[in-house]
Design a protein around this ligand. Structure first.
Ligand SMILES: Cc1cc2nc3c(=O)[nH]c(=O)nc-3n(C[C@H](O)[C@H](O)[C@H](O)COP(=O)(O)OP(=O)(O)OC[C@H]3O[C@@H](n4cnc5c(N)ncnc54)[C@H](O)[C@@H]3O)c2cc1C
Length: 499
């Protein structure tokens, strides 16, 4: 492509956070490098933002999907800064930092210092009522157990069971980590989700010891860290939609076309031919596919059936959120935490509950509270199929049992996300590496989004931005030629961004 002639045209398919972050980064790079560029975001639905969505109602700030992002991974925070949103970022109310775990129908606090999979403070573990005595002793065995077989990957379930025992798996790892990925820990890839723990075993053998050591050095590390002023999770004053709206407002070189579902793409001569489901056609010099993997598979099938097959093998689970608004006096529980997770063995109809208006200020008017439940996921897929009334009733029954709430809510809001959570199953990283290799054989093509190397908002921003950068690098330096595998990587494989 000749960068001195007409501006390069890059089409981004999918207007979720990954696609929007890609569009924004392309504009930044176009300005920085003085490369003329034109972007078109093609979004199937009638709005952009994908999984992200916020509704303001009667003084409540209601999140449909994500309610925050992690500040430890810098990409979303950094994007907010570049968008001028820093003053609108709000952290969690850390005096209520406790997370509860349901045990025999009661909310028990997660022992202080429990780091996702393993305890770091033995005193808190000993005092905790979340585990039985044999369960605690079994966890302690981690300190003396030898390393397990050295493998590139292992399921989260097998890893936790072998290092820390069944109770640690059933009571904490499954609801906390399985909950984040709405996945079955027996199948969830440890290398793709919690590589740090695999590494800890390799380097230090015991997880408890490794975490304890890391904790000792952390305060000093944190002093110089730019993210240290933020709590672990942050959100925006007007909800996560504010990030989407601000991003959209910044796109000056691009057009966003909602209601533009893409059916297929083909590379002909020197450009990508894009066919929409309504029959409309479009041509682009570069293409970023920021759609869920199963959609990306459909779009690429006629262009590369092998690649499509690999993409289609990434499975997804469905989840719904049910937000319920209450008068404070109708909620007997003290709500002295961010919320609770529900182990599968408790046989309840929800995966987790968030005390949204306690976790973040400004989510409910004075004297009222906002609570939110998660329903479905890989382990309770059948509950996602409940109709709205049944789902709300099920959540209200759980809130009655666990929080003592008998009153009817002021109002409720259900948001459904069918096939929304990519399942990083054992071997996921290998599959993604193969996908990356195959994508690199297609000139001017990049993939982004939650399907590959991280499901959180921060990871999705990172993948969108890295795809933009990789594509622009390629477009500005190498003339496009079909099936030229030497044209460099076109996927977000910049190692700075990997976990
Ligand atoms: C209920 C829930 C709660 C979550 N909570 C959090 C949280 O608190 N913090 C966090 O960090 N992460 C959270 N996540 C994860 C995170 O929100 C998602 O992983 C992330 O938003 C995905 O972004 P994305 O751009 O990759 O995909 P999406 O948001 O799925 O966007 C993809 C877009 O592509 C469009 N599309 C699909 N097919 C086509 C087509 N053929 N043509 C054109 N467009 C198409 C879709 O309409 C969609 O808009 C949550 C996820 C869910 C489901």
């Amino acid at each position: 492509m000749n960068m001195t002639s007409a501006p390069a045209h890059i089409a981004i398919i999918g207007g979720g956070i990954a696609g929007l972050a890609a569009a924004h980064r392309l504009e930044e790079l176009s300005r920085e490098r003085e490369v003329p560029l034109r972007c078109t975001v093609l979004e199937a639905s009638d709005r952009v933002g994908g999984t992200i969505g916020t509704e303001q109602r009667d003084g409540f700030v209601l999140e449909y999907g994500p309610d925050s992002f992690i500040s430890e991974k810098p990409w979303a925070l950094d994007l907010c800064r570049r968008l001028g949103l820093e003053d609108d970022l709000i952290g969690t109310q850390d005096r209520f930092r406790t997370t509860f775990v349901v045990r025999h129908g009661r909310l028990e606090p997660l022992p202080e210092g429990f780091m996702l999979l393993a305890p770091t403070r033995l005193g808190s573990l000993v005092r905790s009522r979340l585990f039985s005595w044999p369960g605690k002793l079994r966890m302690g065995l981690d300190l003396v157990l030898p390393r397990g077989p050295q493998r590139d990957d292992e399921s989260l379930g097998s890893f936790v069971r072998r290092r820390l025992g069944r109770e640690a798996l059933e009571r904490v790892a499954q609801p906390l980590v399985g909950g984040i990925y709405t996945a079955d820990p027996a199948e969830l890839s440890l290398a793709a989700t919690m590589p740090r723990f695999l590494q800890m075993e390799r380097e230090r053998r015991s997880l408890i010891y490794a975490l304890w050591r890391a904790g000792r050095s952390r305060p000093q590390d944190a002093k110089g860290a730019s993210g240290a002023r933020w709590s672990l999770f942050v959100t925006l004053r007007n909800g996560m939609q504010q990030l989407v709206d601000t991003l959209v407002g910044r796109l000056s070189l691009g057009t966003i076309r909602c209601g533009s579902a893409v059916r297929s793409v083909q590379f002909h001569d020197t450009a990508w031919q894009i066919e929409r489901r309504d029959g409309g056609r479009l041509q682009a010099d570069g293409l970023i596919l920021a759609t869920p993997a199963f959609q990306t598979a459909r779009i690429l099938r006629s262009c590369d059936a092998d690649l499509a097959e690999r993409l289609a093998a990434i499975s997804y689970s469905s989840a719904a959120t049910v937000s319920l608004a209450y008068r404070r006096q109708d909620v007997p529980h003290t709500l002295n935490g961010f919320g609770f997770v529900v182990p599968r063995i408790e046989n309840r109809a929800i995966i987790a509950g968030t005390f949204s208006s306690v976790k973040y200020l400004g989510r409910a008017p004075d004297g009222q509270v906002l609570l939110r439940a998660f329903v479905g996921g890989a382990l309770q897929a059948e509950l996602f199929d409940l109709d709205d009334d049944e789902m709300e009733d099920a959540v209200r029954r759980e809130f009655a049992a666990l929080l003592g709430i008998e009153a009817a809510p002021l109002f409720s809001l259900i948001a459904r996300y069918p096939h929304s959570m990519p399942q990083y199953l054992v071997g996921h990283l290998e599959r993604v590496a193969a996908i990356e290799q195959q994508v690199a054989a297609h000139p001017g093509l990049a993939l982004a989004g939650s399907a590959y190397r991280g499901v959180g908002i921060a990871d999705c921003v990172r993948s969108g931005e890295a795809a933009a950068q990789a594509l622009l690098d390629q477009l500005s330096s190498v003339p496009l030629q079909a099936n030229d595998s030497s044209s460099g990587s076109t996927l977000a494989t910049d190692t700075r961004y990997m976990k």
